[in-house]
Design a protein. Structure first.
Length: 948
């Protein structure tokens, strides 16, 4: 015994630390025996750290996966689960290929792990594989798994990857859900894919609706044909509608069979009704077609006869122009045959008479060939004659040549009529060209002559009005111009105005004799008028002066009075004008004094301007700082006083104004330079403010724009032209920035409310989703999701106190339920184990072959499989007593001596090892001692109370 302890291997040492060290340094994975030892330590060692060390040494994903499911130590199992999750999510030194990950997903149903993995991974291939696996998760009611649109929407929002989003878009066939996804698409291609999918889905929905509308429309149009009175139109529309129906009928697959039959029956019924209704009209149409065919025959006959007549006419014309000999008998035979054909044709009597008349005309033309030849010669001479007459370019030339052209035109028309339409085309074209040229030349001249005619009329009318108004001198001048215009008119135009012109000419001659007689009383009347403003002057001197000017102008227009009165009247009128103008002279003298005063004031302003300019020179010499604001104020004050200084003599004003402006020029330059600097500075501030409009950090933009406002207040005036415009522009930008802040604040508040509502809804959704959760895996999944939600809630600012309290209370409640579920599950497993063992011991059936075996978890299935491999029968009496001692339950009275011996041995063993008591491990050792038999049933009953 002592030697055995001395020569124990390090991995068998009672100190767990030594065993861990042995695993790290003494055991090698390259040796199969060592590897087996490491695997056994990972599986069976009594200390958690040793098992962990063994698993770490093995460093194999499949080993970690196996122990995450089957390791008997819960802590090791949980550690292995964490390790598996880390490996799968690439957070461990052990790495898996994409194919290995996909194989793992396909082979296992670790849905809780898949859910967590899906949340963390961003790889599109994994996301799709995990989502498809979760979509296959069995439902509690064993119903077929269904993809919920909300899950797809959430995944779409969380995974901003084109491949994932494209996959989700392909999976979704719900229009409302796809509309939501458009706002969360990661790029334009996904947005376009969603738009196309929406278009397709909408088209699928609308296809039967649109087709139904089209079918009903065609049926309605067919029905409407019953009201059609025109059979031809009816036939055309009917054929088109039947073709349209056939096209629509090919698409009837979108309807169910009932609707297809209903439409087809209605279509056939309408066609039958139409055939019955239009039977008589069909007969009438056939008769109409016969009549139409006859009409076409008549048209062809008319065209034939007209063609023959045209050929005859052309042949006769050619004979005339080329002076060829004509066989009259041959033509007469042709005329006779043509007349007979016309008589035998299906043409109406009137049509035959018309054609026979044309034949007679050609016969007459045949008899008049010499006369026609003579007319052609005359037409040629006329063309030659008029070609020598130049086109008019002035009104005088037009008046001379227009009668000649008009006579030629009359002669041409007579020759053309005489030719019986046989003139050559070249002669006709030449005549048309001559007429066109003359019309082009005459049109502007005739227009100008019409205008002169109108002006002459107006001059004559103006002369008549002036005479009626007694303005005879003016009438004489206007009539003189009218006489010149009248003489330039054509004879026809002069004849139109002759009466009016002759009347006015006599009137003007008469007035010339009566001028003195008429002017005398008018001048006497004007003396009375001016005497009135002498006796009672107008209040306004300017109006008085203007009135005097008007009277003098009118006096001059009245002409000469009688010789013995002319001088006296003029003297009296001049004296009255002077008297009437006297008050105006006094007024104008006073105005002159005021202008002198204004001139003195302006000279003072010039002196002040000079002082201001000299002050600038002193500042410049002493290199002192100029107060631009004060300078601008002084400058504008001087300008304002200058503008309000009153009128001065115009000849003086120009010089003094130039002097004033010249003195102030350097001041103005400096002031406006100051304004320009302020303008530039303010424009710079505006540019800076505009740049802040695009700043995404609105609060930083607010602080910066406030700084710009402070700078603006420090700047001076930018001039009347720009100051208000610049301020309005700057203020508008400020308003936009502050409006963005208001929008941002409102948006953040809305987002906070929305986030609160979203998290509350998630909490309510979890409560509803797991409201009937009783199984351990469901409760654990609930706890995991609740913890995730709690983390999200606690991360919110400001804190959502009420919701946090609700979640905390639910977590406490859930922890108790999980503990109870674990205990119940363990108890159920123990009950199944003892039931299977008892049944196997009684009937000798292999424990793995029993129905209840599959209800065990992987751990117990493995243990019972190991038991099934045992073939030897052993005694479990001592092991049973040991279990009773370790569990602290009594043994049968008759076994008290044995119990004491076992108890002492156990005490010694515990003192040497120092390990904690693990009743499950002890039971497994008891179980695997050998094959169970019926003799072991009492022993099973004795140890059952330990675990149940």
């Amino acid at each position: 015994m002592i030697f055995a302890k001395l020569f124990k291997k390090p991995w068998q040492h009672k100190d767990s630390a030594v065993r861990v060290e042995a695993i790290s340094n003494s055991l090698s994975l390259g040796e199969p025996e060592h590897r087996f030892i490491i695997e056994q330590l990972a599986k069976n060692d009594e200390h958690e750290n040793v098992r962990r060390a063994a698993l770490i040494k093995l460093a194999d994903f499949q080993t970690w996966l196996l122990h995450s499911q089957e390791n008997s130590m819960e802590k090791v199992r949980r550690y292995a689960e964490q390790k598996v999750s880390a490996i799968l999510t690439d957070q461990d030194e052990i790495t898996l290929s994409m194919q290995e990950k996909l194989s793992y997903i396909a082979a296992h149903q670790h849905y809780h792990r898949f859910e967590l993995w899906l949340k963390s991974t961003q790889d599109p291939t994994l996301v799709i594989a995990l989502f498809e696996k979760l979509a296959e998760k069995p439902q509690p009611d064993n119903s077929k798994p269904v993809l919920k649109p909300q899950l797809l929407i959430n995944l779409f929002a969380q995974k901003q990857h084109a491949k994932v989003q494209a996959y989700i878009v392909a999976k979704l066939n719900d229009i409302a859900s796809l509309e939501k996804l458009k706002k969360k698409a990661c790029n334009e291609q996904i947005t376009q894919q969603i738009t196309e999918k929406l278009t397709q889905l909408q088209a699928v929905i609308e296809r039967p609706i649109n087709l139904r509308k089209q079918v009903n429309l065609v049926l309605a149009k067919l029905q409407a044909l019953k009201e059609q009175s025109d059979f031809v139109v009816y036939q055309q529309k009917r054929e088109l509608l039947i073709q349209e129906w056939q096209t629509l009928n090919d698409k009837f697959a979108v309807f169910d069979s009932t609707e297809q039959n209903r439409f087809s029956q209605k279509y056939c019924k309408i066609l039958t009704q139409l055939e019955q209704l239009f039977a008589s009209k069909a007969e009438q149409h056939a008769q109409a077609e016969i009549a139409q065919a006859l009409a076409q025959q008549k048209q062809h006959a008319i065209a034939h006869f007209q063609g023959v007549l045209q050929e005859i006419d052309q042949a006769l014309s050619t004979s005339i122009f080329e002076n060829e000999r004509i066989d009259e008998q041959q033509y007469l035979a042709v005329f006779k045959q043509l007349a007979q054909e016309i008589a035998d044709s299906p043409l109406s009597l009137k049509q035959q008479e018309d054609l026979q008349g044309k034949v007679a005309q050609q016969q007459q033309k045949l008899q008049q060939l010499p006369l026609i030849a003579e007319s052609v010669a005359e037409a040629t001479q006329l063309i030659s004659k008029v070609s020598q007459l130049a086109l008019p370019t002035t009104l005088i030339e037009m008046n001379e040549r227009l009668p000649i052209y008009q006579q030629w035109l009359s002669d041409w028309q007579a020759a053309e009529k005489k030719s019986a339409g046989a003139l050559p085309e070249s002669i006709k074209s030449a005549a048309q060209e001559i007429e066109k040229n003359w019309q082009s030349a005459l049109k502007p001249l005739q227009t100008a002559q019409k205008q002169e005619f109108s002006v002459t009329q107006k001059k004559l009318s103006a002369t008549r009005r002036l005479i009626a108004a007694g303005k005879f001198n003016a009438a004489f001048g206007v009539f003189k111009k009218a006489k010149q215009l009248f003489n330039a008119l054509s004879e026809q135009q002069q004849q139109r105005l002759q009466k009016d012109y002759h009347s006015l000419n006599e009137k003007i001659a008469e007035l010339a004799d009566w001028e003195h007689y008429i002017a005398t009383p008018r001048k006497q009347k004007l003396l009375t008028d001016i005497q009135a403003i002498v006796d009672t002057p107008l209040d306004n001197p300017n109006e008085q002066a203007e009135k005097v000017k008007q009277y003098r102008k009118l006096w001059n227009s009245l002409g000469h009075a009688e010789d013995d009165a002319e001088q006296a009247l003029n003297t009296q009128f001049n004296a009255l004008c002077e008297t009437a103008f006297a008050p105006c002279r006094v007024y104008f003298a006073e105005q002159e004094k005021l202008r002198e005063q204004h001139l003195g004031l302006r000279r003072q302003l010039v002196s002040q301007a000079q002082e201001l300019a000299d002050g600038l020179a002193v500042n410049d010499a002493e290199n002192t700082v100029i107060d631009h604001k004060q300078l601008a104020h002084s400058y504008h004050d001087l300008i304002k006083q200058w503008q309000q200084a009153g009128q001065v003599d115009r000849s003086v004003y120009q010089a003094i104004n130039t002097e004033f402006n010249a003195i102030l020029a350097p001041v103005k330059s400096l002031v406006y330079g100051f304004y320009q600097e302020n303008k530039t500075a303010k424009q710079t501030l505006i540019t800076s403010a505009e740049a802040l409009l695009s700043n995404e950090d609105i609060y930083a933009a607010i602080n910066q724009v406030k700084n710009l406002q402070a700078q603006w207040r420090e700047l001076g005036y930018a001039g009347a032209k720009y100051e208000n415009k610049l301020w309005q522009k700057f203020r508008k930008i400020n308003d936009q920035i502050f409006a963005k802040r208001a929008q941002q604040t409102a948006k953040e508040e809305a987002l906070l409310l929305a986030k609160t509502a979203e998290l509350t809804a998630k909490f309510d959704q979890l409560l509803e989703q797991f409201s009937v959760a009783k199984q351990l895996d469901e409760l654990q999944a609930f706890a995991q999701q609740l913890q995730t939600l709690a983390s999200d809630v606690s991360a919110q600012k400001p804190a959502m106190v009420a919701l946090e309290k609700q979640i905390s209370a639910k977590k406490s409640e859930l922890t108790k339920k999980i503990t109870q579920a674990k205990q119940a599950g363990e108890k159920q497993q123990w009950q199944l184990v003892f039931a299977l063992l008892s049944a196997s011991a009684v009937n000798g059936q292999c424990v793995t072959a029993q129905n209840q075996f599959l209800q065990l978890n992987a751990f117990w299935q493995k243990k019972l499989k190991e038991l099934a491999s045992k073939n030897s029968l052993v005694s479990r009496d001592q092991a049973t007593i040991a279990l009773e001692v370790l569990a602290g339950i009594p043994s049968p009275v008759e076994l008290q001596q044995q119990r004491m011996a076992v108890q002492v041995e156990l005490m010694q063993s515990r003192m040497s090892s120092g390990a904690d008591i693990d009743l499950t491990k002890e039971f497994n050792q008891w179980l695997l001692l050998g094959k169970l038999s019926e003799q072991d049933l009492p022993l099973l009953e004795r140890i059952k109370p330990i675990f149940l």
